[in-house]
Every structure is written in C-alpha cells, then in structure tokens.
Write a protein that binds this ligand. Structure first.
Ligand code: 6R9
Length: 813
C-alpha cells in the first residue's frame, strides 16, 4: 500500500500507536503514519536533541525527519510488509517485527554504537576481537596508522603482535563450540538435482587434508598459491587450507583468460596452482585446465614456472581422458588429497601477516594486487557480515558472487564462516535451466539471506514475474545488493517481487580495497531510500571533499574519502607500495580516496554518484576537456592524457593528475539530503556487471590483434550489465571491415582478459578524434557511442574535426 504524503515529514511512533519522542529501542518498530498522524514540531525538537551529536553532523538532520534526496523532493513512506510505491519518492521503514528482533534496532542505537566506534576505535574493536581466538593477544596498541603522505609512508596496522589464524576461527572454533554437525556449506551444482553438503566438522577435515598436502609439497608460510577454480566447494576449501598454513592465496576468477592468469602468476610466483579440469555453467562447458595450461606455458616463457598443478576432476563437466595432462607437473586432486590426515596443525600467524592477494583493475593496463592481512580483516568481515545482514544462527545464507571477486572472499567464505553460518555455494548460472533457478534454490535450502548484484536483478526482472512468484520464498528475511549502484526500479522489483515487500535490502557499498562493507544499511535501524547505501558502518568515517581536499559538511557532492583506518583496510599493493600511496592517499592528503563520487542528503544518507578514478591533481569542472588535456601534456612526465565528460544534473567534472603517469577524472555531486548514492564509475574504469574493467586493459587487448592499428574504449549504459564495453577500432590501412573481423577482435579480448570483458560493440573508426597534441577526446567518443549526436560539444580543438562525421556515418555499419 502506498501511503500518500503531502508533506515530507514522517513520524516515528511506538507500537501502541502513540507518539514516542524518545525513539528508544522499543519504539523502533518505526511505523510511518498517514498524514493525519504527523508529529508536532515539539516532537521533532525532542528528536533532534536525542539525535544530535558532533561526531556525525550529517545525521543530525534526521531530526527534521527524512525528506528525500537529490531530485526526490517528496517522500512517501511505507512499512515493510506493504508494497512499495511505484514512484521514486519512497522511504521504507523496517517493520516493528523486524526491528524488534534486530541486532541494531533504532537510529539511536546505531548512533551510539557508531559514536563509540569512531571516538574509541581501540576499545570498540578490541571488545569485538576478544570474542575470537587469539593464540596470543595483540600488543599494547590495538592499531597504529599513518594515512597522511605528508607525515611519512602510509601504514595501517591492527592487532599487531596478536597471534591468530583465520582458518582456525572459521572452523576449529565453531566445531569446538558445538557446531560440528551444523551444515557449513550446501553446494548446488549446475544441473538440477546435483548437490552436496559439508558440516563444519567435515569441512575442517577436508581443509586439513588439503593443507597437509600443500605442506608436503613444500608450501610454507608466506608462499603464494594461485587458485583458479569455479564455484565448487573446493574453492573455499582451498582458500581456507592456504590460510591454515599461513600461505597467501591469490584467487583468480575462473572467467579470466590464460593471459590474465599468466600475468597474475608471474606477479606472485606461486609454487602451486589449484584448478579443475572443466566446469559447466548453464549449457556451456568451459575447459579450465586448457586455459591453465596456456597460462603456465606463457608464465614459464616469462621466467616463472609453477611446479605443481593440482587438478580437481569435475566429472560432471568432463572426463580425465579428455583432459590434457603434463606428467610430472599435473596431479589429480582426488588421487592424492584423500590420502592425507584429516587433522593439520595450525600455522599461527601475526595479525599483520598477509592473508591474500586479489587483483583489481586500475586505470592503467596493469592490475593492482590488493593485499589484505589477517587479524583486522578477520574482525572486520565477521562484524560487517553479522550486522549488515542482521545475521541469526538459524539463517541460511546465499551470496551469488564468485569467490574470484572480493565479495566471494569476504562474504562467501570468511565473514559467514567466522559467524558459523550455513552458506550456499552455487556452481551454475542463475538463469539455467530458466529464470526461476535462484528462487528454486531459495526454496530448496530455505534461504533467509540472499545477497546478489544489481546486474542479476535487472536480468531477472526482464522475464515474467511468474518465474519468481511460482516459488514460495517465504524463508527470505533480508536481501542484499553489491557491486554497483542499484537503480530504483531494480531496487523496487527486488523488494516488491522477490522479497514480497517484506525484506529490507542491504545495499552495501565497499571495494576490494576496503575488505568489507563501508556504507551499508543496518536493516533494523534505519528507514531506507531506494538507491542509497545509507550510512557508514561502525568505525567508518566517510568524508566528502571538494577538489581541493577540503571536507564539505552537510548536504553536498564531492569525492568520497575515508578518514582514519578501519580494520579491514588493505595494507598495500603487492610489490608496489608507491602506487598504493599515489593512487589512494596522494589525491587528498590525509585521507583514503575511494575513487567514487558521492552525494550526501540533508538526512545524512550517502548516495554514490559514480566512479571517478585514481586521482591526483584537481581542476575545476568548468574547464573544457580539451583544455585540460592540453594542459596535462605540458607536464614533463605526462606521456598521454584523455579527458571525458559526463552529464549529471548536479555534478561537475574535474580532472586530476600529476605525480606519476596516471591521469584521472572525477565526477562529483551531492544532494541536499545526505544519503549516499552510488551511480557507477565514470572514467577509465568501467563497471560491467559489477566487475571493474580498465578501458586501457581492453584497448591493450584489441591492439594485439594483427589487423588493429588503434583502439579507444568507452563505457555505455547497458540494460542488464549496468555498463557495456564500446570499442572504437582503427584498422590497418586497406583492411576491409567484416563481421568476421569484428568477431575475431572480440575473441582477442576474450582470450586476453576473459569473456566478461568482451566488447558489446565494435565501431569502425577510420580515425579517432584527437587534439592537436594527439590526445584522444573520449568525451566525443562517449557521445557517439550513446548516440547523443546533438551534444558533441566543441570539436574545434580537434586536429581533424572531419573524423567525427566519419564516425557518425559508420555508427550503424
Ligand atoms: C565490492 C565490490 C568497487 C566499486 C566501487 C563502486 C562500485 C560497489 C556498490 C558500488 C554503488 C554499491 N560499487 N558496491 N556502487 N553501490 N552498493 O564491488 O568491489 O569489485 O572492488 O568494486 O564498485 O564504484 O568503487 P570492487
């Protein structure tokens, strides 16, 4: 039911229906009343007093009660359990029942906890950390940090000299607490009816067997292990086995190509790679072992040879006979692992010893090896998981992410297992055999927490709702979203259709670099605004800064930074601490720079407005892109620069660079109400189905094609993927255009990076729009790609303006 609201003012009332000015825990059953039952000004005053505090000025405005963000001028309120309005003017309160049982059940409780977490981080986090197993407690300092490049090298340490093991805390600790017979993992195969499960005791035994094998072949504490596996139970098992022996895992998403895999192997030089022969995803069989073989050939040419390739036989996908084999190097998993003992001593490590490496795209062609350490990451993933999903021991949790991405690290494996949760791992494709598969799985395992990505929501909502409604979904309690901004229509469909208007949605904003959630709803505490990630998690102090790095208060737009460290923060980029500092800490001295633009509304809600980039130097948004490009190339260290513009009602565009070769863009805005809204990345890093892909990476892949002279890649809006990849390609002189050539260019990118980075469109470009100094004007390419031909802007600074007409003429060729 939609509750009409002529005024934006909403009222919080107690369960008895009387106004409760205290907003105490018991009033949390926050219900919104029809306009006849509005609060009086004096109630608001009381509310303001309760909520006001210095530490979180932006939430003070909640005293006025939510009145909407950005272009949302009026809000309509609903209580969970009622269906959501179809307009963008929604404010969704948790139901009384939900809040009543929630870990954090009111804004006030959240504010008290958040206040303590930022005023006394050492006390707040050490209290939580004490609930985990430490062989030896950390030293005198709970944390120590320098986030200011002007004061010396960037350094973040949490729980240093504390000795622990994350695998022990995920498994042994739970078994010892009596959860040995609880299901740790349900595994659902690609084909219906193919499934398996492991209890915590069984999982521990399997992890120990693999850990013993790894030790036996000489893997030691600190050694890197590359894991290239699909979503079999062996993938989390492999991660946990590495953690058990102190080895550093580097999981490479099994959709990456041989070249990308080789690049990552060469970077960390593992002794062993763990893989499987093949996997089925939907109707397709993917021969992973062939990709690994090619990667290992490539890496040995580059001077890094891997001794052992432990290969799991995935008999549902292919046979041993059909798997190419290199004797001496390749070993069948099933031939060796079961022979090892089912218990294995834990390698106790320092909290600051590395746990894993995970590569993520930057704005250059070289991916960044994000390094996370053990203790802080452990405490942070466990705590964020518990609170953001309001986790209960009876929950059955399914995160659709692959362990090849950070979400699968923090919220398939570590976060849930540290809580002793039951996790569902799904091998297949969400639309196979049809679009109802997810809900079939939800009913089959009685899933109560379902965490996914907007791209999946959008792709499923294109089909008939009956694919959803033919399943009960009664078990669902909390929904979650990650990877990119969730557009309000997808949010609404997810909420109304999938969650039957009953389940809050935790729209979690975070990054590979942050290790865990940074801005996220706590589903029992705050009313939600569809599209806003709401408020910072405990211990997180987001700040929005202007182009000069000044913090902006209240309702505003700008660059999203974080003040102070949090336990889950990454500690360096593997082998390149300088790039770590340059990319994340130099753009705005004193802060971690997220690379995202952000708005905050007057109620304190954060709205992420788009990806900006690894930024360095700032110029104002009124400066033309061509001007900025010309200015940039005057810098003695600048080889090339490209500037693009993005239209946005409230935002400007600025260009940052210097200190090195990475030149970047920032899109910024902030609305009047203060909620955080993430609307996607804008620049040289695009977000395709929630995966970060550098345009430079795709361009490098394209130009490897023997007939490609030059390529320029931009992101375009894509109905399902969020952003699609649009490539302008200049061929060698005299090479005719053909569909075949188009396919082979796409194939080149598939082979170089992976299928997920395949361009959606190849646009033939006899020439590219360049400035006289040779800089590609991506702003124009973007407009052509999105067919906004009336908005090409000033093209007079181009070396040859006629290329624009040529490109337009070829738009549909
Ligand atoms: C966890 C993950 C990080 C980038 C991030 C931002 C975008 C992630 C989001 C979101 C809006 C959300 N992003 N979650 N944007 N709302 N809830 O995705 O990590 O692959 O490193 O990507 O994704 O642009 O900066 P990662």
């Amino acid at each position: 039911m939609k509750i009409a609201s002529s005024s934006p003012i909403l009222t919080v009332v107690s369960s008895s229906g009387s106004l409760d000015p205290k907003i105490s825990g018991s009033s949390l059953g926050s219900r919104i009343l029809p306009s006849t039952q509005r609060s009086s000004p004096s109630d608001n005053l009381l509310l303001r007093r309760t909520m006001s505090s210095n530490y979180l000025r932006h939430v003070e405005s909640m005293s006025q009660l939510p009145s909407g963000a950005g272009k949302i001028s009026q809000l309509n309120a609903v209580v969970l359990g009622e269906s959501l309005a179809s307009e963008e003017n929604d404010l969704i309160f948790p139901s009384k029942e939900f809040s009543g049982q929630a870990l954090v059940s009111s804004p006030q409780q959240y504010m008290e906890m958040h206040k303590r977490s930022v005023e006394d981080p050492a006390g707040f986090w050490s209290d939580i950390a004490s609930e985990f197993y430490w062989k030896q407690k950390w030293g005198d300092q709970v944390f120590s940090e320098n986030l200011d490049v002007r004061k010396g090298p960037i350094r973040i340490e949490w729980f240093k000299r504390g000795i622990t093991n994350i695998c022990y805390n995920c498994l042994d600790k739970n078994v010892e607490a009596g959860l040995g017979d609880k299901i740790a993992m349900y595994w659902e195969g690609n084909e219906i009816g193919v499934d398996a499960s492991l209890t915590y005791s069984e999982l521990l035994q399997q992890v120990c067997q693999l850990a013993n094998y790894l030790k036996d072949i000489g893997v030691k504490k600190g050694d890197a292990v590359v894991i290239y596996l699909p979503m079999l139970m062996e993938l989390p098992i492999a991660m946990l086995a590495c953690a058990r022996i102190g080895a550093v895992h580097s999981v490479v998403f099994a959709g990456f190509s041989a070249d990308s895999l080789a690049q990552r192997i060469v970077d960390c030089k593992p002794k062993v790679i763990l893989t499987c022969n093949a996997v089925k995803r939907g109707p397709k069989t993917i021969n992973l072992k062939a990709i690994v073989d090619a990667a290992l050939d490539q890496s040995s040419k580059d001077g890094v040879s891997v001794d052992v390739c432990l290969t799991y036989e995935n008999s549902s996908a292919t046979t041993r006979e059909n798997t190419k084999w290199q004797n001496g190097r390749d070993v069948w998993w099933q031939d060796v692992i079961p022979k090892y003992p089912t218990s294995c001593e834990v390698e106790w490590v320092d909290a600051e010893d590395p746990l894993f490496l995970l590569y993520t795209s930057g704005s250059t062609g070289k991916p960044k090896g994000v390094l996370h350490t053990t203790g802080g990451y452990m405490i942070y993933t466990a705590t964020t998981f518990e609170y953001a999903f309001d986790y209960k021991p009876t929950d059955v949790y399914w995160c659709t992410a692959d362990c090849g991405w950070i979400t699968g690290h923090s919220y398939v494996t570590y976060g849930p297992m540290l809580n002793g949760a039951t996790v569902v791992v799904f091998e297949g494709a969400p639309n196979y055999p049809d679009s109802g598969r997810c809900w079939d799985i939800v009913d089959k395992y009685k899933i109560s927490i379902f965490y996914t990505a907007p791209t999946l929501v959008r792709s499923l909502m294109r089909d008939d709702d009956k694919f959803v409604t033919r399943y009960s979904r009664k078990s669902l309690r909390v929904l979650g979203s990650v990877g990119e901004p969730i557009n309000p229509s997808a949010w609404r469909w997810f909420f109304n259709v999938v969650g039957d208007s009953r389940c809050p949605i935790s729209d979690t904003w975070w990054q590979t670099e942050t290790g865990g959630f940074m801005i996220t709803p706590l589903p029992g505490a705050w009313p939600q605004k569809p599209g806003s990630a709401t408020f910072p998690f405990f211990g997180v102090q987001p700040v929005i800064v202007d182009e000069k790095g000044n913090e902006i208060e209240g309702e505003c737009s700008g660059y999203l930074c974080v003040k102070g460290s949090w336990p889950g923060a990454f500690r360096t980029l593997f082998g390149d601490h300088e790039r770590y500092e340059t990319t994340y800490f130099k753009p705005f001295a004193g802060y971690y720079f997220s690379g995202d633009g952000c708005s905050r509304d007057k109620d304190g809600y954060y709205w992420l407005t788009g990806r900006v980039d690894d930024v360095i130097n700032v110029s104002g948004h009124r400066i033309g892109t061509a001007e900025v490009e010309s200015a940039l190339v005057l810098h003695p260290q600048c080889a090339e620069a490209a500037v693009v513009g993005i239209d946005h009602e409230v935002c400007g565009l600025t260009m940052h660079k210097l200190l090195g070769y990475e030149a970047h863009l920032i899109l910024y805005s902030r609305d009047k109400d203060g909620y955080y809204w993430l609307t996607g990345r804008v620049d040289d890093v695009i977000n395709v189905s929630g995966h970060r892909i550098g345009t430079a990476e795709v361009e490098s892949a394209l130009v490897l094609h023997p007939q490609c002279a030059e390529a320029a890649v931009v992101g375009i809006d894509h109905e399902v993927k969020g952003q699609g990849i649009y490539a302008f390609v200049t061929l060698l002189e005299g090479v005719p255009y053909s569909e075949e050539l188009r396919k082979s260019l796409v194939l080149m990118v598939r082979n170089q990076i992976g299928a997920f980075a395949a361009p959606d469109r190849i646009h033939w470009a006899p020439g590219l729009p360049k400035t006289r100094s040779g800089k590609i004007m991506r702003r124009i390419l973007r407009k052509i790609a999105s067919r906004q031909l009336e908005e090409l802007g000033d093209i007079s600074t181009l070396a040859d303006p006629s290329v624009v007409d040529q490109l337009i003429a070829l738009a549909d060729v």
